[in-house]
Structures are given as C-alpha cells and as structure tokens.
Design a binder for this molecule. Sequence first.
Ligand code: FAD
Length: 542
Amino acid sequence: MKSMMSDNNAFSRRSFLTGAATLGAVAAATGLAGCAPTTMAETGGDAKAEDDGQAEAAVEHNPVETVECDVVVCGSGTGGMCAAVRAAELGGAVVMLEKKNAVGGTSNFAESMTGVGTKMQKELGVEIDVKEMFDAVFNYHHSAAVGPVLHSFIDNSGATVDWLVDNGCHFLTVMTFFGRFYTCHLSGDASTGTSMLNGEAVIQPMLAHAEELGVDIRLETPMTDLATEGDKVVGVYATNAKGEEILVKARGVILATGGYANNSELFEEFTLRSYDRLRVAGMDGRDGDGIIAARALGASLHHPETLNPSGECVIDSGSWNDNLNQIFSWQQNLRVNEEGERFWNEGNNQEFAAHVNALYTQNASYSIIDADLLNTLATETVFYSMPMYDVNIGSPLAGCMEAIDEGLSQGLIVKADTIEELAEKLELDPAALKATVDRYNAMCENGEDEDYGKAADYLFPVKTAPFYAAATQPIIYATNGGIKVNKNLQVMAGTHTIEGLYAIGNDAGAIYGADYDVQLMPGSCQAWAATGGRMAAEHILG
Ligand SMILES: Cc1cc2nc3c(=O)[nH]c(=O)nc-3n(C[C@H](O)[C@H](O)[C@H](O)COP(=O)(O)OP(=O)(O)OC[C@H]3O[C@@H](n4cnc5c(N)ncnc54)[C@H](O)[C@@H]3O)c2cc1C
C-alpha cells in the first residue's frame, strides 16, 4: 500500500535560499531593486554553509517594499498570534507574516493547553506542586530539557492561560491524563459545556484582538530569509501575495513557523527515521522555514528529533479520527508486525509517544479484529474515548459497520474467514500469524498477557470469523524540537544569543528532551507556543 505522505514536499536549505534568489533576480530584472541589508551567509557568518559548499547559494535581495516596525512575527499559529497580540498590547508596531491564506496553522486543530496556577485551577481547587511537577517532567525528558527554560515555562504558563481568558479565549475545564497533574485546560464553551478546537477557542478571539490593536497581518506572505547587519538580525525578507520580495525591518524577529513536520529531508536528517512510513496530521506548510533560516546563521539546535506523536492510522485512509481509524487505530486490538509477531502492549495507546515509537520500531504494522469485538464496538461500547469527535466509552461507535463496508470497498482493509487466509491477504506468513493468534487467544482466555502485560480489560480474543485487518502507520501531529532558545526565547548560537532573533512554539527547542510529555503536561505544545509568544514579545519591548 502507498504511504499517505509520499507526496510530501522536500524543502532543503538550498532550495529555500535558491527560491529567494530567484525572486531577487526577478525583482532586479524588472527594475525594482532596492537597497537592503545582507544575510549572515553573505557576511561569512555561516561557516558550516561554506564548509559544505552551500555558501554559493548566498542571495542577493531586491525588495520592492521596506516596512519598518518594532516586531515582525513569522507565522500565525498560537505562538505567532500570542506574540503579535502581546507586542501590540505593549504598544509595539507589529507585522505578522503568514505563509498560508488563513491564520492559525496547525494550532487550529489543537484542543487544549497546559497551565499551572491558573484562576480556573484555583476555582476548581486544583493545586499543583511545581517542584514535584518539574522533577517529573525533567526526569521524563531524561534531564535533557534545558532546566531554567523548562522552569520559566512552567512558572509562566498559568499567567498565559489567564491572559488568554482575559482576551476572550475559551477553556471548559481542567483535566489530566493518567491522573497525575491537572494542568490540561480543555478548550470549550464553559456556559454550554461544549468542547471546541483551538481555532475557535483561541485563534479567532486572538485574531479579533490583533485586528483591534492594529497588527499588520499579511497572508500568503512567507518569510524567506533573515536580514542582518553585522551579527544582528534586523528583519526578514518575505514574498508577498503578488510574488514580490519585501523587507520587514524590526527590533525583534520572532520565528513561529511551526517546525518541520512537512519537510521530509529535515525529518529524516533529525529523526533518522523513514518519512515514507509516517503520516502527518495538521496543516501543511510546516516546512522548517524558521529552523532553516536560523540554522543558516549558525543557530544551535536542541533535540530537533523530538516529536508530538499521536498514534496510528490506517494507511491511505481519510482523516486520522474517522470511523475506520476509530476501529483499527484507536482501539486496543491485536497488532502484529511484518513477521506476524506481536510487538507491544496495545493497551498503552494513550501514551502517544510509546504508541508511535512501538510502531516505528517495526517495518510494518497490522491491526486485527474479529467479528465479536467489532460487534461490541458497533452495538455496545468503544474502549477509547475521543469526546471532541463524539466517541465515548460506554457508547457504541455510530457508523461502525458502514466504515467497515467502505474500508473493504476501498481496499483499505481485508476480510477473511480464517487466520491463514487473512495472513495471505496481508502477505504475511500464515503459519507465523496463526501461531501468534493462538498464543494471544490462550492468554486472553487466561486473562493474563504474559508477553507484554496488556490489561485484562483489553484482552479481546481473535477467534470469531470473519476476521478483519488493516495495515497501519505511525502518525504525528507536529515536530517539537528545534532552534535552541534561552528563557527569553532568544535564539542561541553556542554560548551566545543571536541579537534580535527569537524562536517560539514548534520552531523552538528547550523544554523537550524526549517526545511530547502528554502524561505529565497534556497541552504543553500549545502552552509552549503561547507562553513563548507572550514572553518573547515582552523581552523585545520590555
Ligand atoms: C489534530 C491535532 C491536535 C492537536 N492537539 C493538541 C492539543 O490538544 N494540545 C497541544 O498542546 N497541542 C496539540 N497539537 C499540537 C499543536 O497544534 C502544535 O504543537 C502547535 O500548532 C504549535 O503551534 P505553533 O504556533 O508553533 O505552530 P503552528 O500552529 O503550526 O503555526 C505555524 C504557522 O506558521 C506558518 N508558516 C510556516 N512557514 C512560514 C513562513 N516561512 N512564513 C510565515 N509563516 C509561515 C504556517 O502556515 C502556520 O500557520 C495538536 C496537533 C494536531 C495536528
């Protein structure tokens, strides 16, 4: 089966810079050349680029327009939006550049935000022991988070949520994953009890505020390069909706372009994993532009391989949360690899990083279900809740059998009357799969998973025909690591900062040394973006 992501864009530093060079050439040819600062690569600041022969890609810039402001923000997700609003609140003249024709990016799809010490937590009687939480998170990240930055983030996250609420954003309640820390502010309308995605709960109210405050929002205007004077970043080059190059000069440049999830080259370089095996949820356009631009100036990276893993998806299926995926990807069904062997505790699928890592250690993965379990899902209950999408433990999966019929007709799943026939349809060794299923069924009968310790509640045997199976792939929501920043969100280059340059959200690395810590700080990605945006703006204008 073909990977969903095989058509993803590759966007290397070379093509990034070459693209800008082409624009410069067009502008010059039409007589629109202007006087502009140079890039660091031109000033010889990028030793690495020279070493590997990329310095030849140095760009001559010829902007048709120069805009002067206090803060230029590149990207309009939660990070960029919060940075722009806070900078404007502080009286700064702000330009916010957005690559796409709408604001919000992948932040539109999020549904929560971590916060510690918020008014909502106080009202609900939630108390968090910050030291205990810091220790737990720091340990989870193998002590590879940057301590002062993680501390500063946790300490400021509550004020960020309160500030968002003061700006009209909507949070429903505070929840936890795995019962540890009640820090996850679920987005939604508290008056009606309805959940919301962050597009409605956070981005739209903040957009209204940005417009009121006079933020100059430029859609379809991607940042293409950083402008420098000496060692200082003094602005950015961008391509406007007409395809012309512009220069935005500013006291502070904030990179908030959302990481590199859609850039296969960077993904494979940073994670050493195959991009073909992967599916990426969320908005496209996260091509690593911020990371590439900062790296060209010699910026340090911090654990760029860390991801926001989500789970699993049927290969070639529609949305990651559609009914077919509710059946094959989100339940605790038997999983086998290309050898027809089990490889993990399928009941651990709430631990997103564990789920994705377990799949990624296999060359292929298959989810198998029998007629009995399917019938339970269709008529009684699911075993994994997604309230946002109306899927709740205690209720059957509406449209379950229709999804199976559709999956079969589209060739996304297979059906068989025996395990051997199922194996043949999956191109697995029939004897190996039969042995795995027999052993698994015996453990289900005994109520004890001796191999991987799956809870007895999820030990559903695979014994009643017809049997169904789907080939699956790991799925991520975003990349988490990136440009190394200090607690002011200033970009680091070795031991010093690059003056004038900030990175936030999925462009910025510091608080993650391992993948998304959903068990401890659910919603930390959105909170890191929002808190970073607020604090970077305050540092520039403070
Ligand atoms: C389905 C789903 C659910 C999620 N749920 C949660 C959740 O509940 N809690 C949580 O914490 N996280 C969640 N996440 C992850 C979260 O959405 C991301 O971590 C978050 O979007 C990061 O915010 P950001 O501002 O850094 O980037 P983004 O929201 O990705 O925004 C980046 C923006 O920059 C723009 N851009 C890119 N290149 C350029 C350029 N060169 N110039 C100008 N603009 C550019 C992009 O078009 C985009 O609009 C979820 C993700 C998905 C996909």
